[in-house]
Write a protein that binds this ligand. Structure first.
Ligand code: COA
Length: 701
């Protein structure tokens, strides 16, 4: 991928459209570049001015005598093409286009944007924007934006598809002392997009956390490749808006974004190891915790509080977010029992009670921090007349320095009387919340990230070489030649067989004799079903006969089905009758699929049978790059997993064969883009394998 270093560390910057008028963006940007302390050369460009902000001004880029690493364009849209040509001619390779009036305003703007991109490609220029606020790097330092002021230095990198959100956050961040390393406004992302910036930040040693606000992703497949790698190096936290129908419409009208379906985003984010924030508050809560604190080694949380009620609220939240309440070892309990008053609760949540001063907090906190069965701690303080919030804060800070490997978060439940203590904690990089729930949710985000990165789910993407693609192609060819899109049961079973998905045998018979011969081949009992893509509900027209045990029953059933169909649907001429082997009952599963424009096919797994829609016990994964670990995790997410493990004395199902089946189904839908729908329902799972009973495949070309 492109080296974007000159964007963050340019030796020289030109501002085209620089102005002496203080209310102009072209003036703000020049002042921002100067005021942030940028140490390189600055070249304002304006044909009418000899000097801008005290710096010599040039009429155009071509007149600048030195090499320019970065150009910031802030001239009206119609003038941008010429300026970009000048960038190309003067060998400038990195350009930020602040100017609005492109894709986001409609077809004319889109045309202009295409032309701008064409010039970039012609000269090998990498462009940020257009229609963006610009970028910042607090370590260089460089403020190539028209935001108000410059953020504090820190280790959070922030990428935002909304310029307005970016400038607001920068302004707000100073009120809570939050620092940033790099900040990017994506704008219309005509060239550089979120994946390019995530990739650039992944290797930046001064950025500990990557934070993103996005409305869509530019290229789903590429995005996932980049983010999966980045997430293994540092946390990537994303707020993706446009998840609701109304949100999606707002996103399209905002920057011309086309919001993908949320299911696909949710699945893709999980698979890539992204921490997903649901709200702006959560985005920055998570950012603060990831930035300030170490990652927890596990999910066991200890609470130290001076009030019972909030302790219970915190305990409930721990349970509801999938974390666990730490259970202390004996030494910890003995120590707490010996030191705390008898009215105190020494078990988690530790209640040091209302009259607790800093010494009691300090003792209890140290005891739980030392406990090997505690992975993180939330210290909660309610104000009473004897509480000393600042002294407690000092103890928390001291103990965090002494035990830096365990995250400590705080919840100062109150207002004015706690403000100074809370401020002291913030300054010392101890996350401080008013209420306990967001603190615990942030711990859950950190734990989930750690789990994800530590799990084997990344592994090797599954790829089978023993599949017969040509056979599937030939079947699809016949279906298309027949002007159909829905495969017959026998054809779908043959497709499954070609991918070594163990399907119950299904064969097509066109006469009673043939039906009998096929039944003998398969072995009794058998099922007979009318074969016609025009008949959706076969049972309703008397088109299905089950449990047939001998030749006579098969003959009779064949004739009866044909007569039934002729009576109910006189205009339908069936292809024949499908004979399938009646399989012993097993745990009923479903394997299905859906396709997403951005991320490609998703494979679904869940509890099968006739109650699928009612129970909705289904989990999804992207088919692309799926691993054994990923399939095992998707199975574990469903209630079907409980049945498969052996419910109420049943023998456990053969999990490895089920994983294999899901993997093969995933490869099938990846290999054949023309498969628009596939439902295998039910699949019977047995202790020694499985059988795919009813396979429905629809193709589209
Ligand atoms: N080379 C150099 N200077 C040029 C030029 C060129 N080709 N063409 C114009 N200029 C100068 C102008 O003379 C003017 O200088 P002056 O103030 O000394 O007169 C300056 O560049 C700016 O041009 P002007 O025509 O006055 O435009 P403007 O400042 O009113 O607006 C933009 C320019 C880019 C700010 C405006 O078009 C715009 O896009 N605004 C929205 C930006 C935005 O919201 N971005 C997205 C955020 S999310």
């Amino acid at each position: 991928m492109a080296d974007l270093t000159p964007l963050f560390h340019p030796n020289s910057v030109a501002i085209v459209g620089a102005s002496n008028k203080p209310d102009k963006i072209g003036n703000v940007i020049v002042r921002n570049v100067i005021d942030c302390g940028f140490s390189g050369k600055i070249y304002p460009i304006n044909p009418k001015e000899p000097k801008i902000a005290g710096l010599p001004c040039y009429p155009s880029l071509v007149e600048v005598p030195d090499k320019i690493d970065l150009a910031i364009i802030t001239v009206p849209a119609k003038a941008c093409l010429d300026v970009m040509e000048d960038c190309g001619k003067t060998n400038i390779k990195h350009v930020i286009v602040i100017t609005a009036g492109f894709k986001e305003v409609g077809p004319e703007g889109l045309e202009l944007e295409k032309k701008l991109l064409f010039i970039c490609k012609k000269y090998g220029i990498r462009m940020v924007g257009p229609n963006c606020v610009g970028i910042m790097d607090t370590h260089t330092p460089l403020n190539a934006t028209f935001a108000v002021g410059f953020p504090l230095q820190g280790d959070i990198a922030f990428i935002s598809q909304s310029g307005a959100m970016l400038v607001s956050i920068m302004d707000w961040s100073k009120t809570i002392g939050l620092g940033f390393s790099r900040v990017f406004s994506l704008g219309n992302k005509a060239d550089l997009n979120e994946a390019d910036f995530i990739n650039a930040i992944a290797d930046d040693p001064l950025s500990k956390v990557i934070l993103c606000y996005i409305e869509d992703v530019h290229n789903g497949k590429h995005f996932l490749e980049v983010v999966s790698k980045a997430a293994r190096k540092k946390p990537v936290i994303i707020l993706k808006s446009g998840t609701s129908q109304a949100g999606a419409q707002a996103a399209s009208s905002h920057t011309g974004a086309l919001a993908g379906s949320d299911l696909a985003y949710e699945t893709a984010f999980t698979q890539a190891g992204i921490v997903r924030a649901r709200t702006m508050t959560e985005l920055f809560d998570l950012a603060t915790c990831f930035s300030y604190q170490p990652l927890p080694k596990g999910d066991r949380v200890a609470i130290v509080t001076n009030a019972g009620g909030p302790g219970i609220v915190a305990s409930d939240t721990i349970e509801n977010t999938g974390l666990s309440m730490a259970r202390f070892e004996k030494e910890t309990l003995d120590a707490l029992r010996a030191y705390l008053p008898t009215e105190a609760n020494i078990y988690n949540p530790v209640d040091v009670i209302g009259d607790a001063k800093a010494d009691r907090y300090s003792f209890a906190l140290e005891a739980v921090l030392k406990d090997p069965y505690v992975d993180s701690v939330v210290v909660m303080v309610c104000p009473t007349a004897v509480t000393d919030p600042e002294a407690i804060a000092e103890e928390v800070i001291r103990l965090h320095q002494k035990y830096p490997e365990k995250p400590i978060l705080t919840s100062y439940i109150g207002g004015v009387s706690l403000a100074k203590g809370a401020q002291r904690l913030s300054q010392a990089k101890i996350p401080v919340f008013t209420f306990p729930e967001p603190a615990i949710q942030a711990i859950a985000g950190m734990v989930n990230y750690t789990r994800r990165i530590d799990s084997g789910a990344e592994g090797e993407a599954i790829r089978f070489d023993d599949v017969d693609r040509n056979k599937v192609k030939a079947i699809f060819y016949d279906v298309i030649r027949d002007r159909r899109s829905v495969l017959l049961g026998s054809e779908a079973a043959a497709v499954a067989e070609a991918y070594k998905i163990s399907a119950a045998p299904v064969r097509l018979a066109t006469s009673p004799d043939e039906a009998v011969n096929l039944s003998l081949e398969m072995g009794y009992p058998v099922v007979l079903k009318v074969a016609s893509p025009k008949i959706m509900h076969k049972t309703d027209v008397g088109g299905v006969k089950i449990g047939l045990n001998n030749e006579q029953e098969v003959r009779d059933a064949f004739i009866e089905i044909m007569e039934n169909v002729q009576r109910y649907l006189p205009n339908v001429i069936p292809y024949g009758i499908e004979i399938s082997k009646m399989m012993p009952k097993g745990t009923e599963l479903i394997v299905g699929m859906t396709r997403d424009m951005q991320f490609g096919p998703l494979i679904a797994f869940g509890l099968g049978g006739i109650y699928v829609n009612l129970l909705k016990d289904v989990s999804f994964r992207l088919a692309r790059g799926i691993t054994h670990g990923e399939i095992a995790a998707m199975i574990a997410e469903t209630k079907a997993a409980t049945l498969l493990r052996g419910y109420r004395g049943d023998k456990p199902a053969d999990m490895l064969s089920i994983i294999d089946m899901v993997a093969r189904a995933a490869q099938l839908i990846l290999d054949f883009e023309e498969i628009s729908e596939m439902d295998i329902n039910p699949v019977f799972a047995y202790p020694d394998g499985y059988s795919a009973l009813d396979i429905k495949i629809t193709i589209e070309i």
